[in-house]
Design a protein around this ligand. Structure first.
Ligand code: HXC
Length: 257
């Protein structure tokens, strides 16, 4: 499959999507979002893939939605064309997706990273929601997801002023899970994804579903959801294998059954 705006690769059970519009700092055009969706469809359908990494370039993960493409949209273009809804594909991916962010992750770029399951940040990463400077506001989840990640005060300040956060502040405030030296970012992201891909895929997917449920329901309902999934795991071969391997002091060989 040939793509114009992304590079798609896979190794060791990990699918890698590299955003590739270097002249536009990976601005997220509708073509790019459609190609990311297509690549995700492929990885979801491929039983050899157990985890996915989305990354950009050294200078930019993505500097936002494509302002040049967006600038002349009318209200009806946006409404009838259901502008932004195709981006949801990333958040709906059932397999784990890691964002490996170096350089700018601004506007839609920050929102795309937050749609992933966790963010690994290079020490060069810069996050921000600068839409206010363009006369708009975040439209792909920034006002909602950033607030859940970093709390109201910081999210409000970032959305209202357009201020960027560096990697250290992003880690301190819970936006990113870890900071990695820029030169090691991809290797470390691929290593982390491979670690996940080596586990039982159905168990990984249920774990992802359960953590995500905590954002969408009450504690009581979330705990019940977790308990039911946990019970169901005792019907899998992988639970038997994982626990037997521990007892027998050997490495588990998961079969995704
Ligand atoms: C289209 C973009 C772009 C963008 C950069 N470029 N960001 N094109 N959309 N979001 C283009 C520039 O026009 C320029 O093209 C080239 O990339 C290099 O950018 P420079 O500005 O020359 O680079 P630099 O001086 O290093 O500044 C980097 C930067 C700046 C600070 C990241 O580019 C910037 O502020 N970009 C916009 C960031 C932003 O506002 N993002 C939010 C977008 S709105 P030429 O042709 O001149 O070389 C959004 C809404 C999401 O994301 C809502 C959901 C869809």
């Amino acid at each position: 499959m040939a793509y114009d705006t992304i590079i798609v690769d896979s190794r060791d059970g990990v699918g890698l999507i590299t955003l590739n519009r270097p002249k536009a700092l990976n601005a997220l055009s509708s073509t790019l979002i459609a190609e990311v969706s297509k690549a995700l469809d492929g990885f979801e359908a491929d039983e050899k893939i157990g985890a996915i990494v989305i990354t950009g370039s050294e200078k930019a993960f993505a500097a936002g939605a494509d302002i040049k493409e967006m600038s002349s949209l009318s209200y009806m273009d946006a409404y009838l064309g259901d502008f932004i809804t195709p981006w949801d594909r990333v958040a709906q991916c059932r397999k784990p997706v890691i964002a490996a962010v170096a350089g700018y992750a601004l506007g839609g770029g920050c929102e795309l990273a937050m749609m992933c399951d966790f963010i690994l940040a290079a020490d060069t990463a810069k996050f921000g929601q600068p839409e206010i400077t363009l006369g708009v506001m975040p439209g792909a989840g920034g006002s909602q997801r950033l607030t859940r990640f970093v709390g109201k005060s910081k999210a409000m300040e970032m959305c209202l002023t357009g201020r960027m956060m560096d990697a250290e502040e992003a880690e301190r405030s819970g936006l990113v899970s870890r900071i990695i030296p820029a030169e090691d970012l991809i290797d470390e992201a691929m290593k982390t994804a491979k670690k996940i891909a080596d586990f039982s895929l159905p168990i990984v997917m249920m774990t992802k579903e359960s953590v995500n449920r905590s954002y969408e329901t009450t504690l009581k309902e979330g705990l019940l959801f977790e308990r039911r999934l946990f019970h169901s795991m005792f019907a899998t071969d992988d639970q038997k294998e994982g626990m037997a391997a521990f007892v027998e002091k050997r490495t588990a060989q998961f079969s995704n059954k």
